[in-house]
Design a protein around this ligand. Sequence first.
Ligand SMILES: N[C@@H](CCC(=O)N[C@@H](CS)C(=O)NCC(=O)O)C(=O)O
Length: 207
Amino acid sequence: MLKILGRASSINVRKVLWTCVELGRPFEREDWGVGFRPTSDDSFRALNPNALVPVIVDEGFVLWESNTICRWLAAEHGRSDLLPSAPRERACVERWMDWQLGDLNNAWRPAFMGLVRRSPRHQDAAAIADSTVEWNRLMAILDAQLGSGGPFVCGTTFTLADIVLGLSAHRWYATPIDRPPLPRLRAWYECVTARPAFSSQGCGEHP
Ligand SMILES: N[C@@H](CCC(=O)N[C@@H](CS)C(=O)NCC(=O)O)C(=O)O
């Protein structure tokens, strides 16, 4: 049985939960991370030296990095709808997944950590304001991408890019900031979050 280690409030754990449900893949989840068993434990660090969630263990195979886990799961199930096998189509999905992890995650951190998590280390008003501007700028880029084809991030098929970015959009809408309207993004967000797999694992709960 696939084991997922990580608290369900983590956006990166939610990516894996959502993907598993889309795949119909059974799993067990163990709570690790802030508020639960500490990832600084030796037993956890032996699985992921970064001491971050999620980690999966499948028949002795250990994997960390949320987007890589989602790609591995889709590939293992032969789900070329979620992760295309054709190089150009696959590159589109991987590009938007990389953009989510590398660019979007960095943009939102001060605003999200300061305003939603209320982290004492993230209460610099100027940093929150800068972060909000950058976060909104990047979400407008996603809105433009959705306007160039759609209805999904990479065209007519729901892919892993919609999972990781759908969760990012959930965070954006849940953060008390001024947002541009971005109607294409809103329509796409409502479409992807209406999927049963989104709500079945609590992905729509407080981010
Ligand atoms: N690049 C990693 C980042 C993982 C990450 O930052 N995880 C956070 C939760 S979203 C974490 O483990 N925080 C510490 C904790 O919960 O103890 C991934 O995508 O898996």
